[in-house]
Design a protein around this ligand. Structure first.
Ligand code: AMP
Length: 211
């Protein structure tokens, strides 16, 4: 089961992917997480990527494609994987095709922009264990503190208001054309992301034929 989760930033790809990991036991591959790890470790790639990420721009294709291919080649991806946040441009999708990495289904999570803005600006992340919260929709038990590991939650730089606007614009211009790209291949399924997490997951299961 090789699945791509497509959709604008903040639509809930990460949350859906985590649920899929629990149920199907295949890894979630988030290029955003891989890049943040590289930034944290101050690798060459991380140093190059940081300025784009902080501004809400996409990291150049060649950097991200290499990172992704390296990750997909690992043992734990043999039974399948969930791509979360990749591909984000047509050249990235073409490079997947060219490298013979098979994709079974592309699940396109859809939500109106006003919903996205509300979701993104209220999002809080745990820098230690990666847990995701929302001040309104999924607050931690104690404000500002991770339920799982008690670390102090953060607002990622790329989730600040002006950066959010830019990320949405980048999404419309560079990533949205992928919906059509996969539609043409007959493997794209659109799902309404403005539902409970459980309902979204149910729809994903139907879309990938495992309901
Ligand atoms: P995410 O956590 O998926 O929203 O990613 C955070 C940031 O990492 C994005 O705003 C981009 O700067 C960068 N990024 C993640 N995935 C990609 C990708 N596939 N292509 C280019 N940039 C990416």
């Amino acid at each position: 089961m090789n699945v791509i989760l497509l959709g604008p930033p903040g639509v809930g790809k990460g949350t859906a992917a985590k649920r899929m990991v629990e149920v199907y036991g295949v890894p979630q591959i988030s290029t955003g997480d891989l890049l943040r790890e590289a930034v944290k470790n101050k690798t060459d790639l991380g140093l190059k990527a940081k300025k784009y990420m902080d501004a809400g721009e996409l990291v150049p294709d060649d950097l991200v494609i290499g990172l992704l291919k390296e990750r997909v080649a690992k043992q734990d991806c043999r039974k399948g994987f969930i791509l979360d946040g990749f591909p984000r441009t047509i050249p990235q999708a073409e490079s997947l095709d060219a490298s013979g990495i098979r994709i079974d289904v592309v699940v396109n999570l859809h939500a109106d922009e006003s919903v996205i803005i509300e979701r993104l600006s209220g999002r809080r992340d745990c820098p230690k264990c990666g847990a995701i919260y929302h001040v309104k929709n999924k607050p931690p038990k104690k404000a500002g503190i991770c339920d799982a590991c008690q670390s102090e939650l953060i607002t990622r730089d790329d989730q600040k208001e002006e950066v959010i606007q830019n990320r949405l614009q980048v999404y419309r211009k560079q990533t949205e054309p992928l919906i059509r790209y996969y539609e043409k291949k007959g493997i794209q399924k659109t799902i309404n992301a403005v539902q409970t997490i459980e309902k979204v997951f149910e729809d994903i299961q139907k879309a990938i034929g495992q309901a």
